[in-house]
Design a protein around this ligand. Structure first.
Ligand code: HEM
Length: 457
């Protein structure tokens, strides 16, 4: 019997840098799964290491996911790596726990919940059409990942901040992309490091966000709240029963930063990898085209997609789920032990990080038979046990943007498959940074579809 005071096996490595470089390197060469599997084989499902400057316990499996997602906030808190906290701010939802977390999360969900998002399907559709017109139509070749990043950023700007197309949005995107580059770096505040450049860009982004908030506040004071709002206006207007503001100015700024980041590389990776899988799986592609063309045929000329149309895209969503399983955009996450915890017979000491990796259960043969096979029909055969499909996390912190991601993904795939066909121009390998990046960003040859659909398609 192990003693409850026993530290998990493994080594903490060199202080500060620890094994971060090993893991980041494995991610970049797409061998992080193997890197972690190797740990599990060597040390078992609980082991210690040092990541991003902190002593860390890595835990693996369905039980580990359940424990991690549901631990109460006096035992485990959500704390991002030092670099993320410095870049995004310390009052973002991912830094908060207990009552503060719930308060901010409820505020975000007021806008992001399905009942409220459903009225914006048409607006998303419009933004996607504009994107395809500008970046896809009349082109012979495009590189998918950078374009999907532009698309998802613009969708966030348009839907969440009501910031329309123009030079201001382009400038915003440029600073934002610089900021994003250093988010997963080792926090070395030296000149010329990725981290340092990112930190500087984050100050510029923060100032732009503050400016945007001030404009919205003025508009709100002058015109009052309208039923169709953006996320910022919604956060500015929330009051509690006593009529007091629910969020502080700092909380609004930091959470706007968090939402921008959380919804950017994740959704763009998902749409990009669906495009990739559709080009290497002809039978699955044909089934998606059939489903989407049927919906297109039911629409009037120029008519936008609706919430009801999205509900019909059942097979396409299974393809998205399978993409999320095989290539989860979020590789894993961190928590922090707020007190000494005994887990599976080992001690997780107070103050240490806890690290989980979603892709580990997604590739477990006992949960997903033939896990390497891309098979959307697996979701028709048997229900997935809880805490095994964790692309959106789980428990009280499950991704509040999952509905937003579902709408934008389905609407984008609808227009892509009804307007174009495509062929891969690079091999189908990918790496992680830490979101998945296909070889060369997924260059494809595109052909407009000769179609029997109404002219808008
Ligand atoms: C395919 C797209 C997406 C994936 C795979 C994804 C995945 C995740 C995961 C795994 C978590 C939990 C992290 C943890 O527990 O440590 C999370 C949290 C979060 N996501 Fe997403 N996400 C996606 C899109 C979005 C979008 C579009 C938004 C915003 C519009 C968003 C906003 C957030 C926020 C605010 C959190 C923090 C929630 C909390 O701590 O309570 N995500 N996401």
């Amino acid at each position: 019997r192990r003693s409850s005071k026993r530290y998990p096996p493994g080594s903490l490595g060199i202080p500060i840098v620890g094994q971060s470089i090993g893991l980041l390197r494995a991610m970049r060469s797409n061998t992080a799964d193997k890197w972690l599997q190797h740990r599990v084989m060597k040390y078992g499902p609980v082991s210690k290491l040092s990541l991003f400057g902190k002593p860390t316990v890595f835990i693996y499996g369905q039980a580990a996911n359940k424990f991690l997602f549901n631990s109460d906030s006096s035992t485990v808190s959500n704390q991002q790596t030092e670099s993320i906290r410095m870049i995004l701010g310390d009052r973002g939802i991912q830094e908060l726990s207990g009552g503060d977390h719930k308060r901010v999360r409820d505020a975000l969900l007021l806008f992001l919940k399905p009942e409220s998002l459903k009225q914006y399907v048409g607006k998303m559709d419009e933004e996607i059409r504009k994107h395809l017109q500008m970046h896809w139509q009349d082109k012979q070749q495009v590189t998918v990942l950078p374009l999907m990043k532009i698309l998802t950023f613009n969708l966030i700007c348009s839907l969440l901040f009501d910031l329309e197309q123009g030079t201001r949005r382009d400038k915003f995107l440029e600073c934002f992309q610089q900021m994003i580059e250093g988010i997963w770096s080792v926090p070395l505040k030296l000149p010329f490091t990725r981290y340092n450049r990112s930190l500087k860009a984050s100050m510029r982004v923060r100032n732009m966000v503050k400016e945007l908030i001030n404009e919205k506040r003025k508009k709100l004071e002058q015109e009052g709240a309208s039923p169709r709002q953006d996320l910022i206006t919604c956060m500015l207007s929330i009051r509690n029963e006593d009529g007091e503001k629910v969020l502080t100015e700092k909380e609004i700024v930091h959470n706007v930063m968090v939402v921008m980041v959380a919804g950017y590389e994740t959704s763009s990776a998902l749409i990009t990898f669906i495009i990739r899988f559709l080009s290497i799986e002809p039978a699955i592609y044909a089934a998606v085209v059939q489903e989407q063309e049927e919906i297109a045929r039911s629409k009037q000329l120029g008519e936008f997609l609706t919430w009801e149309d999205l509900a019909k895209m059942k097979y396409t969503w299974k393809v998205a789920m399978e993409t999320l399983r095989v290539v989860p955009p979020v590789f894993g996450g961190f928590r922090k032990a707020l007190k000494d915890i005994e887990y599976d017979g080992y001690l997780i000491p107070k103050g240490w990080q806890i690290f989980w990796a979603s892709s580990m259960t997604h590739m477990d043969t006992s949960i997903f038979p033939e896990p390497s096979k891309f098979d959307p029909s697996r979701y028709e055969k048997q229900p997935v046990p809880p805490y095994c499909f964790v692309a959106f996390g789980g428990g009280p912190r499950i991704c509040p943007g999952n509905e937003f991601a579902r709408i934008e993904t389905l609407a984008a795939i609808h227009h892509l498959v009804t307007q174009f066909s495509w062929k891969l121009l690079a091999d189908d390998s990918f790496s992680r940074d830490p979101t998945p990046v296909p070889a060369q960003g997924l260059p494809v040859q595109i052909m407009p579809k000769k179609t029997t659909l109404p002219p808008k398609y």
